[in-house]
Design a protein around this ligand. Structure first.
Ligand SMILES: *[C@@H]1O[C@H](CO)[C@@H](O)[C@H](O)[C@H]1NC(C)=O
Length: 287
């Protein structure tokens, strides 16, 4: 009898303890769930206002390159993915910028749209080249023949004495095979040592899907993890959105949403492409 009473007391106390512990635990977690996002948000806002005021040239492409070639696959890639970089390159009077676009999507209208979009961004029509080649179709499932793409790029570098080439990285931002082909073309030029010594290669970093759609909330991560970056403010971004609206045939609801939320309309981060990294990548891809 006595024994039984003792143990029931003991159990009650244990249950009580567990209850209290749970309560403490839930309080602690919910506190962290509230505080952490607020702290993160404050860091983003703080960084944004600081960077708006300081000159961030030190984190842009070194040189600055006097002749930059941007290589894209489709008309509208330049605004959807490279807007902030173009914004700053065209502001810099020391830099000449050239745009090489590899397909029109088989549509004459899109050519016109690219010209007017580029003009809004500050790239004159004469600095925009659109390649028309049936071997290079606009198709997310088609990897373009590397040899053909590389040949076009090399020719351009040599004619215009380009000293910085910028294009997609091996994930192509959206995983589009045409974008990825452009990376592998410059990667092969790099490995085969065909790029003239005055020219450096850079790739636009792809980020995961969460980071891709959080606008400026990606700022701290981008700054911590990248060598080179370009950032525009909300006001400066108006130009990028105006340039996107010039792509009338493409400016449908989901691209409008994209332009609203995408980090690429605020931040571009770049990585230099070097032979060692590329060889590693290709080996991993082969295995
Ligand atoms: C366009 O190309 C011309 C000729 O190479 C150059 O002088 C000019 O600065 C370029 N424009 C821009 C905005 O870079």
């Amino acid at each position: 009898m006595l024994d039984f009473e003792l143990s029931s007391d003991f159990i009650n106390k244990q249950i009580n303890d567990i209850g209290q512990w749970w309560w403490w635990y839930v309080r602690e977690i919910s506190w962290q769930l509230i505080v952490t996002p607020i702290a993160y948000l404050l860091v983003c806002i703080f960084l944004y206002f600081i960077l708006k005021r300081v000159n961030h040239k030190a984190w842009q492409l070194p040189g600055p390159p006097s002749r930059t070639l941007l290589i894209t696959a489709h008309p509208d890639d330049e605004v959807m993915f490279f807007g902030p970089m173009i914004y700053w390159l065209t502001k810099n009077k020391m830099t000449n910028i050239y745009l090489l676009c590899f397909t029109t999507g088989g549509n004459k209208e899109r050519k016109e749209e690219l010209w007017s979009s580029a003009k809004i961004m500050g790239i004159p029509e004469g600095n925009v080249t659109i390649i028309m080649n049936s071997e290079l179709p606009d198709d997310p499932k088609v990897q373009w023949p590397g040899e053909v793409v590389a040949q076009h790029i090399l020719q351009y570098i040599e004619i215009y004495k380009i000293n910085a080439v910028v294009t997609f990285d091996k994930y192509g931002v959206s995983g589009h095979k045409n974008h990825i082909s452009l990376f592998y073309a410059i990667a092969s030029l790099c490995i085969e040592k065909k790029v003239p010594s005055y020219c450096k290669l850079y790739a636009l970093e792809s980020v995961n899907i969460v980071r891709k759609y959080v606008q400026l909330l990606d700022l701290p991560i981008s700054l911590l993890t990248s060598s080179y970056w370009y950032l525009v403010t909300y006001e400066q971004r108006q130009i990028i959105r105006a340039a996107m609206s010039a792509h009338k045939s493409q400016y449908v609801w989901f691209r409008k949403l994209y332009m609203l939320f995408s980090r690429y309309t605020f931040i571009n981060t770049l990585q230099e492409v070097n032979a060692l990294d590329v060889e590693l990548d290709l080996q991993i891809a082969d295995d």
